[in-house]
Design a protein around this ligand. Structure first.
Ligand SMILES: C[S@@+](CC[C@H](N)C(=O)[O-])C[C@H]1O[C@@H](n2cnc3c(N)ncnc32)[C@H](O)[C@@H]1O
Length: 346
């Protein structure tokens, strides 16, 4: 029988998505994760983020359901996991760049010299209105995913924090040419990448945008992959990605922003941010997944709850746990002696 890893590296399925730069992305770990996936036909990627792991599952022929509570992340998986055939034509791509009289100045007005230059903000305002004209939902998602990825590419560390324009001065120690690269070319690069990543794996795959605690009880699959926010990592996905959430979910609607960072009140509660919530959230998560036979869980040695507490929580529902570990440095954050874990639970 052909193993999962052989299927993944099969040169006939050479499809790939552009580099993700997502906080906590497992793009560089997918081969390692796939290697330990027990035989199964269907899998739920419960915290899909950039979609990199869902994409690997799709490549090895699984029926994939994926979910993320952020709208800006949902567009990735709607565009290249659920979508098996729809691509943007060259004409449609050009139509996205055409100046549109109906463009608003929402981004320009609120974010000029905050994250982007006036010209870049104008480009985003124009892009937004052109995307609304696409109508076909997968085409819209391909364009929105590319817009989101473009916005993130220009941010140092890929997060929306204050005082970021100074990074764009070539003499700044952390300067990177991608911060000042032409926004149109960056967008076209990602759009071409996502367009080419669309393929059919012969399954009906599904992308969802829901809170994990709402969706999990109704999901019927052989296996689930959990890559939750790592408690204690300092990532707060809704805050860190607030600008792309604004762009994709609340364009034109929010008019009042806080201070220099221009954040706004956070609407969604992750359940995995506050240290005091983590134990209860994982217990609820595992309880809600008790009907799914196989669990694959990513974790690391700095996360809260601690390793032993975490294993005890899993053991309440799954008697057999295989543990794999790897030294792994994420691009962002303090990576000293960081170990990545993968738990395979049945
Ligand atoms: C570690 S990241 C996943 C990274 C992903 N595996 C990848 O390779 O890109 C965790 C994800 O969980 C999502 N998330 C956090 N709380 C959630 C919740 N309550 N329901 C659904 N998704 C949630 C975040 O938006 C984030 O994308």
């Amino acid at each position: 029988m052909v193993g999962q890893l052989e299927l993944y590296t099969d040169s006939t399925i050479h499809k790939k998505i552009p580099q993700t730069q997502y906080l906590g992305s497992k793009q560089k770990l997918v081969k390692w994760i796939i290697e330990y996936l027990p035989p199964c036909d269907s899998i739920f990627d419960a915290f899909s983020g950039s979609g990199a792991v869902s994409y690997a599952f799709k490549k090895i022929g699984k029926r994939v359901i994926c979910n993320d509570f952020l709208k800006s992340s949902y567009y990735y998986v709607h565009a290249f996991i659920e979508n098996s055939a729809v691509r943007l034509s060259e004409k449609e791509i050009l139509s996205l760049l055409t100046p549109n009289q109906k463009k608003d100045d929402y981004i320009e007005k609120h974010f000029t010299d905050v994250f982007y230059t006036r010209e870049e903000c104008r480009f985003l305002d124009n892009l937004y209105v052109n995307i609304q004209n696409l109508v076909e939902p997968y085409k819209q998602s391909l364009a929105l995913a590319s817009a989101v990825r473009t916005c993130i590419q220009k941010m140092p560390g890929g997060k929306f924090r204050s005082g970021l324009l100074r990074y764009r001065k070539p003499d700044f120690p952390h300067f990177r040419p991608k911060f000042t690269a032409d926004i149109k070319n960056t967008f076209l690069k990602f759009l071409t990448g996502y367009n080419q990543a669309v393929f059919d794996n012969g399954q009906i795959n599904e992308a969802d945008n829901d809170d994990i605690f709402n969706i999990l009880p109704r999901i019927k699959v052989d296996a689930v992959y959990f890559d939750p926010p790592y408690g204690g990592s300092g990532f707060d996905y809704e805050r860190d990605y607030f600008f792309v959430e604004l762009f994709t979910s609340y364009y034109g609607q929010i008019k009042a922003f806080n201070g220099k960072t221009k954040t706004y009140p956070i609407f969604k509660e992750s359940g995995f941010n506050k240290k005091t919530q983590l134990h209860a959230s994982f217990l609820k998560l595992f309880e809600s997944a008790s009907h799914i036979p196989i669990w694959l869980i990513s974790y690391n040695n700095r996360s809260i709850p601690s390793y032993n507490e975490f294993i005890d929580l899993i053991k309440k529902f799954k008697p057999k746990i295989n543990h794999y570990e790897k030294n792994y440095a994420y691009k962002v954050g303090n990576n000293n002696a960081l170990k990545e874990y993968l738990f395979v639970c049945t």
